[in-house]
Design a protein around this ligand. Structure first.
Ligand code: PMT
Length: 223
């Protein structure tokens, strides 16, 4: 006890997808399984951190050592849970695949087929949780993810600047990469540097990610 690169630190991790309800039986979701975020939460706890895990709708047991788990469904529920926990944590790793849009209205009854006419669903944008936390006057060290199907490098560097975070962990998704897999590869970007973390099981990759996070965290706190 007491050892580990994250000993004495409080780490918040978000994981999984969000579900945005359309009606009582349908929703808009995405392919995130939660595995990447859960692996990071487990690795952070093993490194001595006090871990809070905010989880979207996933089918995963709470990893050993995780002090607190908060289950949410929608992006707005996730926003509330993240804001509450971010107020008293040192590091926030935003691995959740937060839905960018939700239906403008949730129907109280099941939508019916309308004959041959199609159905147009009006969507409104969800809040960008990570950008909101980045804008707080006193905020934790922030690690954002970037899930891209192409031009990973350019988009990741763009997100590092646009979102005002301390690090971006970028992964290529689609074609069985990133989502729904036990393995992943990440490329990390921070102001002034970057490093590729080779493909590995997510739990192993989480250790490599957190080693870099701990190093950058200590550096930004002493600069
Ligand atoms: O869950 P797995 O099956 O293991 O898959 C892992 C993963 C591919 C989901 C994960 O590695 C990953 O990339 N997570 C982030 C997915 C994502 O939504 O990326 P993005 O590029 O759309 O978002 C960028 C960042 O902003 C992310 O840190 C995201 O959490 C955050 N965000 C996005 C939208 C929003 N409304 N609020 C946010 O906070």
């Amino acid at each position: 006890d007491g050892g580990g690169a994250l000993a004495g630190l409080s780490v918040l991790v978000s994981a999984g997808p969000t579900y945005e309800d359309i009606d009582p039986v349908r929703f808009i979701g995405n392919r995130s399984s939660g595995r990447m975020g859960f692996a990071i939460a487990e690795a952070a706890a093993a490194q001595g951190a006090a871990v809070t895990l905010v989880a979207g709708p996933v089918h995963l047991p709470t990893p050993p050592g995780v002090a607190e788990r908060i289950d949410v469904r929608s992006a707005r529920e996730m926003r509330e849970a993240v804001h509450a926990a971010a107020a008293h944590c040192d590091i926030f790793v935003s691995a959740a695949a937060v839905g960018d849009y939700r239906p403008a209205e949730v129907s109280t009854h099941k939508l019916k087929k309308s004959g041959d006419a199609g159905l147009a669903l009006a969507l409104v944008q969800n809040p960008d949780i990570l950008a909101e936390i980045a804008a707080l006057p006193r905020r934790p060290f922030l690690v954002g993810f970037a899930a891209e199907t192409r031009d990973v490098d350019a988009y990741a560097r763009g997100k590092l600047a646009a979102k005002g975070v301390d690090m971006i962990a970028a992964n290529r998704v689609g074609d069985g990469a990133g989502f729904e897999s036990e393995r992943n590869a990440l490329h990390l970007y921070w102001p002034g540097g970057d490093v590729a973390l080779a493909e590995a099981p997510k739990r192993e990759l989480a250790d490599a990610l957190l080693a870099r996070v701990a190093e950058r965290y200590r550096r930004t706190r002493t600069e």
